[in-house]
Ligand binder design. Sequence first.
Ligand SMILES: Nc1ncnc2c1ncn2[C@@H]1O[C@H](COP(=O)(O)OP(=O)(O)OP(=O)(O)O)[C@@H](O)[C@H]1O
Ligand SMILES: [Mg+2]
Length: 280
Amino acid sequence: MSVPRVRTYVPGLDEILYGGIPERNIVLLSGGPGTGKSILAKQFLYNGLLKGESAIFVALEEHPVAVRRSFKHFGWDVSKYEKEGRFAIIDAFTGGIGASAQKEKYVVKQVDDVHELVDVLRQAIKEINASRISIDSVSTLYLTKPAMARHTIMSLKRVISGLGSTAFFVSQVSVGERGFGGPGVEHAVDGIIRLDLDEYEGKMYRSIIVWKMRDSKISMVRHPLEITDSGIIIQWDKYIKLSTFNVRIESLPSQEIEEMKKAVQEVKEYVKVARTEIEE
Ligand SMILES: Nc1ncnc2c1ncn2[C@@H]1O[C@H](COP(=O)(O)OP(=O)(O)OP(=O)(O)O)[C@@H](O)[C@H]1O
Ligand SMILES: [Mg+2]
């Protein structure tokens, strides 16, 4: 049976997810520094806004002012949607300190208090009826207390998924680290997408791989990815072979290309029904 899916509208991403992200899934967006996690997390939200949906960005790494500026860098002006009440930034960065922070509507005062964050998030989701959420990054929440990682992820997942929203949780890993953010986190989330940056003979190569996605078929190869002035573009019909000795980019078999195209086409026809709350 086909599940309702949220299309990301990120060029190439829906294809490698065979249509999009199953609704209510929490997806870990994992990768090393500079791999494009924050850009992808923002693009997912902005594309939803363009389609008439509502979205929330939880800022744990950057000042809300810097967040708005980095959306703008790609030509994504979120201020219009903030005024309309369809977009909100949750400031979990400043702790409410500073003149510009006082203008923010949603502020987490104790930035390391997950309960407060969950409360502010619940209120914001209900107020703006958000269907898309990005948290950048969840790693910040348990950096100093790894034992709390699973509990933190589950608390966030409960409120987001429970209210019918779909989310990207940015997870930071070190350069060369094979994992995605620790066992407690990796099993708690519904999906894992990994972004990579590899150097070969003095040249850098960007790529993306979908490691898991509950209730969905996934592409089983690594795809080349580009960051452009208008955001991320994934070469969904190509795969990249990186070894110690060479880098090769090859075409996917035509049967797979056709299957991915068809899957995206079918989701396009799915009409999003109103969100139904299951949270108690
Ligand atoms: N217009 C652009 N064209 C090409 N590349 C760009 C453009 N704008 C930003 N980038 C690249 O995107 C990279 C940053 O992406 P992003 O901020 O999403 O990384 P990240 O994975 O969130 O990293 P971190 O974990 O350090 O926060 C930068 O290294 C930059 O080179
Ligand atoms: Mg980032």
